[in-house]
Design a protein around this ligand. Structure first.
Ligand code: NAD
Ligand code: GDD
Length: 330
């Protein structure tokens, strides 16, 4: 008889975590999810969902009370440029995310749950390698000397090192990915933590044909955006591989923010003017470098940005309109 594999997803109430739970359930896993909150936009499919605070070490020991074949650590105090560059959240980001990582990794080690995935971020790369919007350098080996432009990036770098030290000194099978701006349906789309794809979909969904929307900066800053299904594919492939990382999980289809606005406006079938306004900007250019993931896993993300945006816009447009309808009814 085949035994059912078990997985733990920390941050299972969040965007990527809730999608990951669904994916693991489709694969036949028994899944425990943990988060401060249930998922906001869809029910969880976890067999067991525990609501609690992963900053509390005794709570963490309680949820890591059994053998898990795979542990995914996605919980963090996180958001887009508006959240990580506001300045007001720096202490919370550093304290909360570092404490979560310290607690989870140690409890997993003490329960001999060796295989653990950690979600780092492209925000850990040095700012000075991302000044040229046409030619940013995000190769994995460009990380040092370290100079991230946010405390969020510094915490990710610290935690990468924490996981790698548990691999070296305590025999943990850690896997570390550096995610590059992940987007898709059921992600945060308003409230201040939303990232550019969701924010711009929301603004365009609310705009009438011919309206102008606010776009932070001159819009010539570049990014790449990875659709969530590709993120999950990379995450599980890495976790089950022999390669520890750190490795980029991101798209290498770089686009300017103005270009992103134009793509979404086309999908919406609207003419939208851009009102380029001051705002939190982050690095000038960023793109995933995918040679290492291709070499080590024989796989790299491939879904065109346009396809992911079509699905995401449709979902956000529905959220916007149901919110407008609810507000009118009140
Ligand atoms: P998310 O904010 O949707 O999910 C994170 C979850 O962690 C949230 O549901 C939150 O409630 C939970 N959490 C925070 N503090 C907690 C605590 N003290 N106890 C329990 N749960 C807590 O973010 P996401 O987009 O799903 O990102 C998942 C991971 O990937 C994060 O570590 C993030 O930093 C990393 N990452 C994401 C992106 C991206 O573009 N989405 C890019 C780089 C890295
Ligand atoms: N959020 C947002 N909202 N960004 C906007 C907007 C807007 O209305 N208009 C323009 N932008 C610009 C930002 O100024 C920034 O230059 C760019 O779009 C991308 O912003 P975000 O998507 O918010 O964040 P990021 O790419 O700088 O960083 C994100 O990706 C990292 C991984 O690559 C964040 O989500 C980080 O938390 C994540 O780790």
């Amino acid at each position: 008889m085949q035994t059912v594999k078990a997985a733990l997803v920390c941050g299972a109430g969040g965007f990527i975590g809730n999608h990951l739970v669904k994916r693991l359930k489709r694969e036949g896993f028994w899944v425990r999810g943990v988060d401060l909150k249930f998922p906001e936009y869809a029910d969880t499919e976890a067999d067991d969902f525990v609501v609690g605070d992963l900053r509390d070490p005794s709570f963490v020991r309680d949820v890591i009370d059994r053998k898990f074949d795979e542990t995914y650590q996605l919980a963090a105090d996180m958001g887009g440029a508006g959240f990580i560059f506001s300045g007001e959240n720096d202490a919370a980001i550093m304290h909360n995310s570092a404490t979560i990582n310290l607690n989870i990794l140690d409890a997993a080690y003490k329960r001999n749950n060796k295989r653990i995935f950690y979600s780092s971020s492209a925000c850990m790369y040095p700012a000075h390698n991302q000044d040229d919007p046409d030619n940013p350098n995000c190769r994995e080996d460009s990380a040092y000397p370290a100079a991230p432009d946010s405390e969020y990036g510094w915490e990710k770098l610290f935690s990468e090192r924490l996981y790698l030290s548990y691999a070296r000194c305590r025999g943990m099978d850690v896997r570390v990915a550096r995610y590059h701006n992940i987007f898709g349906p059921e992600g945060t789309w308003d409230g201040g933590r939303e990232k550019a794809p969701a924010a711009l979909c929301r603004k365009i969904a609310l705009a009438n044909n011919g309206d102008a929307i606010d776009v932070w900066g001159d819009g010539q800053q570049t990014r790449s955006f990875l659709y969530v299904d590709d993120c999950l594919e990379g995450t599980v492939r890495l976790t089950r591989s022999d390669f520890q990382g750190p490795v980029n999980i991101g798209s290498d289809e770089m686009v300017s923010i103005n270009g992103l606005v134009d793509m979404i406006a086309d999908i919406a079938g609207k003419t939208v003017k851009r009102n380029n306004v001051p705002g939190p900007l982050g690095v000038r250019g960023r793109n995933s470098h995918n040679a290492l993931i291709q070499e080590k896993l024989g796989w790299a993300p491939s879904r065109p940005l346009l396809r992911g945006l079509e699905i995401t816009y449709e979902w956000i447009e529905r959220q916007v309109h149901s919110n407008v309808a609810m507000n009118l009814a009140e």
